[in-house]
Design a protein around this ligand. Structure first.
Ligand SMILES: Nc1ncnc2c1ncn2[C@@H]1O[C@H](COP(=O)(O)OP(=O)(O)OP(=O)(O)O)[C@@H](O)[C@H]1O
Ligand SMILES: [Mg+2]
Length: 257
């Protein structure tokens, strides 16, 4: 029996610690959803089969490769598997998760980490009752320090009591060290690259940094890929995930015009 089937049911989030919002991930096209499901299934082979909660960071080498999109869509398909899933926006520099999901960005993680809040707000999404989000909160001057703090580590440990999967969206590795600062709380990182966008030298630099920091890379998502060119990334020494051929609402509109 696979890992997902073995996960123990988590207890409910305490009342008063979540607020319902009329929001959720936009419906994915069938093909894109199948790709995210494929990533979900691949993960089940890579993660420990002990039924413990799993904490996965999502990062990339540079900006705009599709980290937040991947974190949200992967969380969404995981939550369809009868798992309780939490997305944390730990991109405390240019946060986008709240906007993508149509919820308030602040207060959020940063406000909790600096001690302004006793509890971080956890938003439930109406589109899937097993999917939850902690937005970034206000932009702090010291994101890396906050994410690497004991308070963050203790918080993630506590959240593991309530969620089967925690997906943490982070800024790009080649620009700032935030994803590396988080690595002690992670089971591993998923590295997103974008076809015809990410330069090879940036990918190399990113993996070199992750290797130096001894961060476990669970796999790479080749985002926005055209099937034929995907194999150029094979053989990099890291597990290769299928392309996440996501079509955004903006793209759809452009195609219609
Ligand atoms: N496969 C795709 N097809 C079309 N558009 C996409 C795809 N993936 C992402 N996008 C779009 O590209 C933009 C950047 O994606 P996203 O915000 O997920 O990247 P990111 O890596 O989180 O960026 P940042 O580094 O700024 O946080 C968004 O407008 C998103 O809707
Ligand atoms: Mg992002």
């Amino acid at each position: 029996m696979g890992f997902f089937a073995n996960i123990k049911k988590k207890r409910n989030i305490k009342k008063g610690n979540e607020s319902k919002q009329n929001a959720g991930p936009k419906a994915l096209k069938f093909a894109a959803k199948e790709q995210y499901k494929q990533i979900r299934e691949n993960l089940s082979f890579l993660l420990p089969q002990d039924g413990n909660s799993v904490v996965i960071g999502v990062t990339s080498s540079v900006r705009s490769e599709g980290k937040s999109t991947t974190a949200i869509n992967l969380a969404s398909v995981l939550a369809e598997k009868d798992c309780r899933v939490l997305v944390i926006d730990a991109d405390l520099r240019i946060p986008t998760v709240a906007k993508k999901l149509g919820i308030e960005r602040t207060p959020g993680l940063s406000n909790f980490l600096i001690g302004q809040l006793e509890k971080a707000p956890i938003y439930g999404l109406k589109t899937n009752e097993k999917l939850f989000v902690i937005p970034s909160g206000d932009i702090p001057p010291n994101p890396s320090e906050l994410l690497g703090s004991d308070r963050m580590a203790a918080f993630v440990e506590k959240l593991k009591e309530s969620f089967d999967y925690i997906l943490i969206d982070t800024p790009p590795v080649n620009l700032v060290s935030d994803a590396l600062a988080l690595s002690p709380v992670l089971n591993g990182l998923i590295v997103v690259t974008r076809e015809s966008f990410t330069e090879k030298r940036e990918i190399k630099r990113c993996f070199r940094q992750l290797q130096l920091a001894d961060v476990k890379v669970l796999g790479t998502v080749l985002n926005d890929a055209s099937g034929g060119r995907a194999k150029k990334y094979r053989g990099s020494g890291y597990n290769y995930y299928r392309k996440a051929d996501y079509i955004s609402p903006e793209t759809k509109q452009k195609k219609k015009d």
